[in-house]
Design a protein around this ligand. Structure first.
Ligand SMILES: *Cc1c(COP(=O)(O)O)cnc(C)c1O
Length: 408
């Protein structure tokens, strides 16, 4: 078997890692790796016997490994500072973590609803598994699962603080880092033991592949997970592997740009919201009222660090900025849905992390999500165009409410 991780690339910058970290696995002279769709690979005839395929045998059967899969895992392992194992979806990756660590008592933070559904499946399979909140006492807890940044709010958690608490209780800390992949965050640096990503989101980045990744700190755990993936057939398909490899090359430049644009849109919406509030020193103009009066709360990590609950750990956790997902709450469900439909450059669809901006009404998926809240995922469109889109949608909402009121 070829070594997946090449330590030579540990000390180059993330953008260089994304392009070169798999170069030791090259088997052809193609500059762009070819799509490999074969499910089976010829034996090394000189050495093959009943259970020895020989030292040069890189691959035998696609459920175990493929040329592209090795490349994807090389790049992901280097970028994430761990040992990456790729799965068919983010939720399959989550299930793989449970199968590997077999927790009996899990502390869970607020998270993507699908993670809760995976835990329900696990609980149906393994009797007497307890799930408690991540703010409860960790007495008897063997696995702490947090999400940071949180889907859908885009707010972040102090990972180091959870790592301390988890380790003091003898538990491992799993961080779902889907909303802030490298170079935005590196949860192992804060003490995480396992990091999970839905690769369907930023790692894939083009809304055209479904995959998930588990990254472990210890090489041995990744080996065990690869074996279990081989037995269960939970890996990603050939085309998904290839699309993901292609996408990873541009990950750093995409996510840095998305992060900057999202922070600016969040600042704009928060300024609209504030300017519509009457205070002792500010009387809103008619335009300020029209733009901001329906915005009740904007949530994002950038507002967390500027806010009253400023936490130095949180800023350190994100050396290059925060994720590009945030949420906006309106005064009513009807207002939220009006804006979701009125936005033109933000397509009204679920998911996040792609090159196109999306707006989603999470309540349709997750009954625990407030019906007044929209989740926004900022893509690669120009800031000015996205800002104009918000302006026209908010003004359209204001006008439609004024018309409705005039009819009464
Ligand atoms: C989308 C998502 C998942 C699930 O990933 P899939 O690839 O859709 O299975 C898990 N966690 C978070 C935070 C997500 O946003």
């Amino acid at each position: 078997m070829v070594e997946i991780k090449n330590p030579l690339y540990n000390c180059v910058a993330p953008s260089t890692q994304a392009v070169h970290a798999d170069s030791h696995t090259r088997v052809t002279s193609d500059v762009s790796p070819p799509i490999s769709v074969s499910t089976t690979f010829e034996y090394n005839k000189e050495v093959v016997d009943a259970c020895n395929y020989g030292p040069d045998q890189r691959h035998t059967y696609a459920r175990e490994s493929t040329p592209t899969n090795i490349k994807v895992e090389s790049v992901l392992s280097t970028l994430t500072e761990g040992h990456a194992v790729l799965y068919g979806s983010g939720l399959t990756a989550a299930l793989a973590v449970l199968i590997q660590y077999k927790p009996k008592k899990i502390a869970l933070s607020e998270c993507y609803f699908g993670i809760r559904k995976v835990l329900e499946q696990y609980q149906a399979l393994v009797p007497n598994v307890q799930v408690i909140g991540s703010e409860c006492s960790y007495d008897g807890v063997d696995l702490v699962w947090i999400e940071s940044p949180i889907n859908p709010s885009g707010e972040v958690k102090d990972i180091a603080a959870y790592a301390l608490r988890a380790h003091a209780a003898g538990a491992i800390l799993v961080v779902d880092s889907t909303l802030a992949p490298p170079p935005l965050s590196y949860p192992f640096r804060q003490g995480a033991d396992v990091v999970v990503h839905s690769a369907t989101k930023y790692l894939g980045g083009h809304s055209d592949l479904l995959a998930g990744v588990v990254v472990t700190r210890a090489a041995k755990s990744a080996e065990a997970m690869r074996y279990s993936r081989y037995v269960l057939g939970t890996g990603a398909g050939s085309l998904e592997n290839w699309l993901l490899l292609r996408s990873l090359r541009t990950l750093t430049i995409r996510i840095r740009q998305q992060s900057v644009t999202a922070a600016r849109i969040v600042a704009l919406l928060e300024s609209y919201r504030r300017s519509a509030v009457v205070t002792a020193c500010h009387t809103p103009t008619a335009l300020e009222l029209s733009l901001g009066r329906c915005l009740s709360v904007v949530r994002h990590a950038t507002l967390q660090i500027n806010g009253a609950h400023c936490n130095a750990n949180i800023a350190q956790q994100h050396p290059e900025g925060f994720g590009a997902v945030f949420s906006v709450a309106f005064a009513s469900k009807a207002q939220a849905l009006f804006v979701a439909r009125a936005l033109r450059l933000h397509r009204f669809a679920t998911s996040l992390g792609g090159v196109e901006s999306l707006v989603d009404w999470r309540h349709a998926w997750d009954e625990t999500a407030e019906p007044t809240v929209l989740r926004i995922s900022i893509g690669l469109e120009a800031y000015d165009d996205l800002a104009s889109d918000w302006k026209q949608a908010l003004l359209a909402l204001d006008e439609s409410e004024k018309k409705a009121a005039a009819k009464l």
